[in-house]
Every structure is written in C-alpha cells, then in structure tokens.
Design a protein around this ligand. Sequence first.
Ligand SMILES: [Zn+2]
Length: 437
Amino acid sequence: MDNSTTLLLGLDGLAVEKVERLVDGTRRVHLTTADESARACPSCGVFTVHVKGFVQTRPRDLPCGERRLQRVWHKRRWYCTGPACPRRTFTEQVRQVPAGARITGRLRDAAGRRVRDAGSTVVQAARDLGLPWPTVMDAFRTAGQEVTAAALEPVEALGIDETRRGRMQWRQNPETGRWEPVADRWHTGFVDAFGIQGLLGQAGGRAPPDVLVWPATTPLQRRRQIRYAAIDMSPGYRAAIRTGLPHATVVVGHFHVVQLANKMINTVRRRTTAALRGRRGRARDPEWKARRRLLPGREDLTDAQFSTMWNALTDAKAIGTTLLTAWTARERLRDQLACARTDADRHRIGHLHWKLLTWCADSGIPEVRTLVRTIDRWWTEIAAFIAAGHSNARSEGINRVIKLVARAAHGFRNPASQRLRTRCVTTRRARGHPHPA
Ligand SMILES: [Zn+2]
C-alpha cells in the first residue's frame, strides 16, 4: 500500500497497510504504527527494541464515505529495556489514539464541537457519529471548557430574565384532595443585553438572593462597567439590582412591556367570552379566530391580515369592541416605546404618554387600567429604557435560544449541562460561528 492511502486517511502516527472489503460491504483498513516515539516506554522514556508480540485494537474514527470504514490497528507490545524501570511491558500509543482510548482524538473533538458549535444535541451527535451518549457528553464538556474559560469583553448592559426549568410538577394533597405544585423551578439568566457575548451566567431561582449570586461572583471591575440593567417588571429583580449593582440604571425593555400588554389582551378575551357567552372560547367564535392576529404589532400584519382580524372582531360585537379597545391601548403603548429608537423630544414622549393614559382611563376595562397602573409604577425604568435608546431584542433572542435548547434536548436533568449548552449556543456568534438557520 502506497503513501497516498495513508495521506487520505490522515491519522497522524498511523500508516495504512492495506484496505479490504468485507462481504457486507464494510471496508476494513489495516493500520500499523508510523511513529518512532511509540517505541518509548511511557514510564521511563527509554526507546526499546524488544518486541513482545502484536495486539489488535479497533479505534473508532470519523465517518468516511457512505459505507462503514473499520480501522484495525496492529500495534506492537514491547518489553521495556530501561534499567530499573518498574514497567516490564507496554503497548504502543500515538497522539490520536492514546493508551486505553477506543476512539481517535479527532473523533472526540468533532463530537464535542458538533454539540458546542453546530447546535446539535448530545443525542443527535451520538447517533450521527456512532458513539455512546456519555462519550459525547464528556467530549462536549471538554470542548465547552474553552468557552467558559475565554476572557469576556466589558458588558455595558446586563439583561436579567427568568426562564422556567422544565414543567411544573403537581402532587395531590392526601388530606385536602387538592393538587398543589411541588416543584416550580426557575432559572435567572444574565445576558449581555446589548452586546454579542450571549449568556454570561445563570443562577437557580429568581428571588433577590438568587439574583445576587451573579454580581457577588463577578469581579468589581467588571461590575463597574455595567451601566444598565435590563429587567422584566419584577420588583424582586429591581431590588436585587439596587443592592448588587447600585451604580447601574435599571431599565425595563420594550419586549417585557409588550409581553405584559399581550397577556392583558388574552385575559380580556377570556374574561369577556366567559361573561358574554357563558363558556370558554370555541374555534368558531370570531374573537377566537382573531386571537393570534391580536398579538403581533400592527406593522407586522399585512393589510389583509389586519382587515380579517378587524372584521372578525366587528362580528363579535360587544366582545370585539372591548378587545379592539384593549388592542388600541397596547398599540398606543407601543407607539410610545417606539420613541426609543428615534430622537424624540420630551414633548412628543409626554404627549404620547398622555394619549396612552387617557385612552386607558376612558376604556372602562379593568385589565387595561391595571396595566396602565403597572406601567406607571415602572415609568422611571421604562423612560430610562427609552432614553438609553437600546433595544433588548438580544435578551429576547437569547431567551428564545434557552428555550429551544431545552426543547431540543427534551429537558435537562442536570442544570450545569443546561447552562453550558446555552452558554455555548449563545456565544457562537462571538466565537465566529454563525447561528444555525
Ligand atoms: Zn520503562
């Protein structure tokens, strides 16, 4: 067998002796050691010349071609000739296949990178490369260390978000017969809200002491660089920031405010349907048909989609009128938030705020009034967001990624793996790997 075959296989330290085809179509490559240093005793380092015999191993390597490619390495077993060496015999090892390894180093690397950089789950990578799950998980942990050890750029805005970890679990109380939640597990995620460094850290729980874990474990220098902390409208987060990052301005981003308004629209729809129809919504109710169209902003609907929604709600009479009032309140709110990306002067912002307040006050819908009261309580932080002129779309995007990663993996049993996976996926762009489509 000439050198070309060895070159084609490209396994450092191993040479191809011959390739044969088995009855089932599998190609079997016979390999010999082509690395002089394999003769050196791993204990004393003396190069030996006394062969004890041959052993065969079948290290697994990267897939090659469509048919299976089996590698058989005929490696020598040596007697150590070093004086006073405690080891009497040893078998050869090369860099790609260290002693005791059953897979090549490059296959291991590929498995780790597939999970770290290519958005693959551990199960998928294991199946694609024909490896056991624990091997891939272990390779991924090694590959992930590079990511967690990498130095971070200064973070201007810290985004803080909660994500539910797994489903809520319920248990029936034997005495009262009632179902009670046993576990409602949450994570708090810390993200680079305006930059590209993705998820910076995660803490179990969402109470102020949990949130304080991150600032407490971050060097003072890095904490001082944080000028803004973008949060959702949770008083616990606000309290934690005031303690842990006292110099940072708390801002409430667009996304969270609109999310709250959309929740309000859904509540209004369910309540009015129950009140006026005396039952839950059904597929043929016009307001049920329009429910999804109510949630995107006006500019995200085509004119045709918008008229379909509008007409459906007009057909729904009283329910529709109430819903359109709630929908308009949300759109007024969005108009105001949209000032964040323009250089709107204070008069215009003030005018839009006044329009929003009067619309909500006149609406006569309790949920709309509650929303506007909440908005008012958080006005300082929302105004700070508008003034800072940043978008926290990234925070929103990362939250989506966290959920997608968890969904693709069918949940995580180990929170540490979940954090590592998410950190690797969300920092892929910063490492020069684009996000998968
Ligand atoms: Zn030795």
